[in-house]
Design a protein around this ligand. Structure first.
Ligand code: PXP
Length: 238
């Protein structure tokens, strides 16, 4: 069985930072903690509205990280230019709507092949591994291979939402990536409770997980952080 990597998405550390407009908590410090915990890579999504990760974060992450950076982005002219200049290890192309709370569905590669092909070519030409975030649909996988993507990331959102038959679709899609010579990643909505069956798919070599991990870190981390504040308060009174 091939090794399975974990890419940790730290966007929501930046969401909390941006809620107060300052520098704390720093998503880069969060990323370094994730690496300490065993993350094999870090993922950040530079959205067109910059609602969490900002342009300067991309530069800071690239100069400080010891593990590969996967930059999620829309396939727009602006984003492709940023990625070509910044040269992250990987780019994952995602659909993006300004009004969505999170990436809602996979990219329609099959319906936009001619628009996406030049973006894949420009990113690949400077050595970036290009991944397409797609629903587990054979037509999307074939189109991704046809336009030269090296990787597909299977959208696990419908599976995570409990939709019947989704694990079978993911299994079939993962199997198809092997014959298309696509590296297979997966992610969206994964938690402690639902990660097992996806992690067991033999073709999948990377999972990208964000929201659950950051949420869980807040819950798990609150007790020691509150205890430290109490110690500081009590020390000031001593
Ligand atoms: N992969 C992609 C392409 C995504 O857009 C996201 C969400 O930013 C994830 C993985 C991670 O999803 P979640 O935050 O639900 O774990």
């Amino acid at each position: 069985m091939k090794p399975l990597r974990l890419g940790v998405n730290v966007d929501h550390v930046a969401t909390v930072r941006n809620a107060r407009g300052g520098l704390h908590p720093d998503p880069l410090i969060g990323a370094l903690a994730a690496v300490q915990g065993g993350a094999d890579g870090i993922t950040i999504h530079l959205r067109e509205d910059r609602r969490h990760i900002r342009d300067e974060d991309v530069r800071r992450f690239l100069s400080a990280l010891s593990v590969p950076l996967n930059l999620e982005m829309a396939a727009t002219e602006e984003m492709v230019a940023i990625a070509v200049a910044a040269r992250p290890h990987a780019v994952c192309l995602v659909p993006e709507k300004r009004t969505e709370v999170t990436t809602e569905g996979g990219l329609d590669v099959a319906g936009q092949q001619e628009a996406l092909r030049p973006a894949v070519a420009r990113l690949s030409a400077v050595g970036i591994r290009v991944s397409m975030f797609v629903d587990p649909d054979p037509a999307q996988l074939r189109a991704s291979a046809a336009i030269g993507a090296a990787v597909v990331e299977l959208h696990t959102g419908a599976y995570a939402g409990g939709r019947e038959g989704e694990l079978a679709r993911l299994r079939a899609a993962a199997a198809l990536t092997a014959s298309l010579r696509l590296e297979c990643h997966a992610g969206h909505g994964l938690t402690y409770d639902n990660v097992g069956p996806v992690a067991a798919l033999p073709e999948v070599v990377e999972l990208n997980i964000g929201h659950f991990l950051i949420g869980e870190a807040i819950i798990e981390g609150l007790a020691p952080v509150v205890a430290k504040m109490k110690r500081l308060m009590q020390a000031a009174r001593a």
